[in-house]
Design a protein around this ligand. Structure first.
Ligand code: ASP
Length: 324
């Protein structure tokens, strides 16, 4: 009897301590996992947002690049991390496309995570090494058809946004090209600039400065409307390739079971980041659209993920591209 009372008291104290520690959150640095190499668009967004969230949370948000396997290693790592609010994931559309692309995944995007919110949308751009001859998109298509055995298409692995855009590009060209996978856009961009690989379709987050600096050739932006930071660049529709239309959304996730008080603080800090003048200005320079306050919510990210899985599943199935 005594023992029972004691264990009830201990359990009560532990529950109280648990609540208190969840409410004190965060008391140490928070890791934000990026599933691609440093220097790429996902990394850029994570570092920008992480810096702002650090100020609000009063603890450092440290970006960790867990790159490889088309961006699937990062979510796998976060899905298995302790659900205590100290390990988060920033990922893009790949959370939705890999659900169909991969026959087997070590995580389930719909059941293994808590959702924090959407963090913006980025157009893609079709670019090439500067020395590639074609001047406009229609010339690039003709060139790719004529040289299909030697043209190379860089991407950040099966499941990356660049892979998705590359698939759309190849099906518009009508011939399969040789793809060269990297661990992220950072290293892929280095090789485009160095002239080691021919074509890349990637986010304006990383292509804008290269396009403006004239270190790469740019052909089109993949959104319906032109992007104000690259206003001379035609849309794919204007350049004769309307089927290559894609925007890359990003979201922040936590492991399933992360305590609600921690999630609430993370949502609040993310909302502040989306309005942070440094973030807003940099987003503008890089052609990124910040999201409306109402979309910086768990529900908005969850709904987006579900709708994007449904949107891309038939496209991927029709293309017959799968990874193991
Ligand atoms: N932009 C890359 C992609 O193709 C990944 C990265 O952010 O490095 O998905």
């Amino acid at each position: 009897m005594k023992k029972n009372l004691l264990s009830i008291a201990v359990a009560g104290l532990m529950a109280l301590a648990g609540t208190a520690s969840a409410q004190d959150y965060p008391t140490r640095p928070v890791t934000l996992v990026v599933p691609f190499a440093a220097g790429g668009p996902t990394d850029t967004v994570a570092r920008l947002i992480g810096a702002s969230m650090s100020k609000t949370l009063g603890q450092q948000v440290v970006v960790e690049n867990v790159a490889g396997a088309g961006g699937t290693l990062g979510p796998a790592r976060v899905a298995k991390a302790p659900a205590d609010g100290y390990t988060l994931l920033l990922h893009h559309i790949g959370m939705a496309t890999t659900a169909t692309l991969y026959r087997k995944l070590p995580f389930n995007a719909l059941t293994d995570f808590e959702y924090i919110g959407l963090v913006g949308e980025s157009p893609m751009t079709i670019i090439a090494r500067k020395t590639l001859a074609p001047a406009k998109l229609s010339d690039l298509v003709a060139y790719a058809k004529e040289n299909k055995d030697k043209v190379t298409l860089a991407n950040a692995g099966v499941g990356a946004a660049s892979h998705l855009c590359g698939m759309l590009f190849q099906s518009a060209v009508g011939v399969p090209l040789t793809t060269v996978p990297y661990k992220g856009t950072g290293p892929a961009m280095n090789d485009i600039v160095a002239g080691q690989v021919d074509i890349l379709c990637d986010q304006t987050t990383n292509t804008t400065e290269q396009i403006k600096g004239n270190t790469v050739k740019a052909y089109a932006v993949t959104t319906k409307a032109r992007v104000s930071s690259l206003k001379d660049l035609p849309t794919t529709a204007e350049a004769g390739m309307p089927s290559v239309e894609v925007g890359i959304w990003h979201g922040v996730y936590a492991p399933k079971g992360t305590p609600k008080p921690a999630l609430d603080k993370l949502v609040a800090a993310l909302k502040v980041a989306m309005k942070d003048q440094t973030v807003v200005a940099r987003y503008g320079d890089l052609g990124l659209d910040p999201v409306a306050d109402a979309d910086v919510t768990p529900g908005a990210l969850q709904a987006k993920l579900k709708s994007e899985i449904d949107k891309w599943a038939p496209v991927i199935k029709a293309a017959g591209v799968y990874a193991d």
